[in-house]
Design a protein around this ligand. Structure first.
Ligand code: NAD
Length: 426
């Protein structure tokens, strides 16, 4: 193996999220000018930690789970990125998610590198006590990498404020004092930020509204379909509904439902909060999952997992716009098909950056122990999202490039410029 050859775990497997990320980096490389020579660093995560997470189950048995924390890049600041608990988490998936965090943080200009973590576990199979033991042991194991000025986790799929509280407590116990800034997305009572819970969905809405303005459309006449009704999907649905758009279909892991006149989103969200499923929501009709993607609509918001919009689905989507609430929901080949069909894609690294932006606010507030009002937070979020949208839109129109390529050009230039200025150690 020569010095520049990729080790096997970095060689993208076909149909993998890491493969998609590497292809996106390859696609932007010709546009990086004087920094082109540094682009290959983006295809090599800086640090990869794989941990064994043993826990005692409630029945006394011992169970082992595999966990990861990856710092993809820290040229622009500490690592930042969520923690996913899911049965399909793999090293390759976490590498891709960490890479997208590097790009996203640079695209919106928050002073972070990119990280991600995860444990391969279906949390629905664990009791609350088992989940707490898993979270605490995992946090201790990755304790050698994380820290308020080193690498700051946050919620992702199947992790929430309660899990962030256990992580913050575990890290604090291990170092002997309360370190509120070690995670974001915490409960307000222990240093969380107002506005964080809805921030990703709010950001999805802000950039969609900006694109709707550019296209001279009327939000009140638009029909939206959303895949994923978790943190991102349910709050995005609320903002679209409040703005007068009609959310006509949603899909989650339990199935898909439809109401052509518009789903009553507040009632749907309160039904889901009670632990019921989409089918229990008032005024909706179940539809086959396959039909969901072919629905006649204006805006499609994937807000579940990566690689959901494949080539086949891209050919069937009947919308003007795809707004990526999830990370990596569209494969590069599907991206090309959407483009050929004239469907605008608002890329993940812009569209779902509202969460990390308010996480940044939370971290700043924790450091200064001075907390802002929700109105201040939302106004600052609005400004950052709109400024990032404008810069990416202008570059895209000016150079006739897709928004994703424009976002990657801006972000990669910032990241590699930082690398260039810092120089190569030693
Ligand atoms: P979540 O766990 O709160 O919700 C996930 C949702 O996706 C659930 O409704 C689940 O039923 C649905 N889902 C899972 N698998 C599915 C499948 N196969 N088909 C249809 N639906 C499925 O997760 P979240 O925090 O809302 O994250 C969703 C996406 O947004 C992820 O890609 C995540 O990386 C990304 N994201 C999250 C945040 C955040 O602040 N939470 C920020 C940026 C990006």
């Amino acid at each position: 193996m020569n010095a520049n050859e990729l080790p096997s775990y970095l060689t993208p497997a076909p149909d993998s999220a890491w493969g998609d990320f590497v292809e996106q980096v390859d696609r932007v490389t010709p546009y990086l000018g004087e920094f082109t020579y540094l682009a290959s660093t983006l295809k090599r995560p800086q640090r990869i930690l794989i941990v064994d997470v043993p826990i005692r189950l409630d029945n006394g048995d011992l169970a082992h789970f595999e966990g990861y924390r990856i710092q993809h890049n820290t040229f622009r600041g500490p690592g930042k990125g969520g923690i996913r608990f899911h049965q399909d988490v793999t090293l390759s998936e976490v590498m891709a998610l960490a890479g997208w965090m590097t790009i996203k943080n640079a695209a919106v200009g928050v002073p972070y590198g990119g990280s991600k973590g995860g444990v391969r576990v279906d949390p629905a199979t664990l009791s609350e006590a088992e989940l707490e033991r898993l979270t605490r042991r995992y946090t201790s194991e990755i304790g050698i990498l994380i820290g308020p000025d080193r690498d700051i986790p946050a919620p992702d799929v199947n992790t929430d404020e309660r899990i962030m509280a256990w992580m913050m407590d575990t890290y604090s116990m291990n170092i002997g004092h309360s370190a509120t800034g070690v995670v974001t997305g915490k409960p307000i009572s222990i240093g969380g930020s107002l506005g964080r819970r809805a921030a990703t969905g709010r950001g999805v809405y802000i950039v969609t509204a900006a694109a709707v303005e550019k296209l001279k459309l009327d939000m009140k006449k638009l029909r939206v379909i959303i895949q994923g009704m978790g943190n991102v999907g349910h709050s995005a649905a609320r903002f679209f509904h409040e703005a007068g758009a009609r959310v006509i279909a949603v899909q989650d892991v339990t199935g898909s439902v439809f109401n052509g006149d518009g789903i009553d989103v507040p009632r749907m969200n309160s039904t889901l909060r009670l632990g019921q499923t989409l089918r229990d929501c008032p005024g909706v009709e179940p539809i086959p999952n396959d039909q969901f993607w072919s629905l006649d609509c204006d805006i499609v918001v994937p807000a579940a997992l990566e690689r959901q919009i494949t080539e086949d689905i891209a050919r069937r989507i009947k919308a003007r716009m795809v707004v990526e609430g999830a990370n990596g929901p569209t494969t590069p080949a599907a991206d090309d098909i959407l483009r050929q069909r004239g469907i605008l894609v608002l890329p993940d690294v812009l569209a779902n950056a509202g969460g990390v932006t308010v996480s940044y606010f939370e971290w700043v507030q924790d450091f200064s122990s001075f907390f802002w009002t929700e109105a201040e937070i939302n106004a600052r979020l609005d400004r950052i999202m709109r400024d990032a949208f404008e810069a990416i839109w202008e570059l895209s129109v000016g150079r006739k490039l897709p928004l994703r390529t424009a976002a990657f050009i801006l972000a990669c230039t910032r990241i590699l410029q930082a690398r260039h200025m810092r120089g190569l150690y030693p």
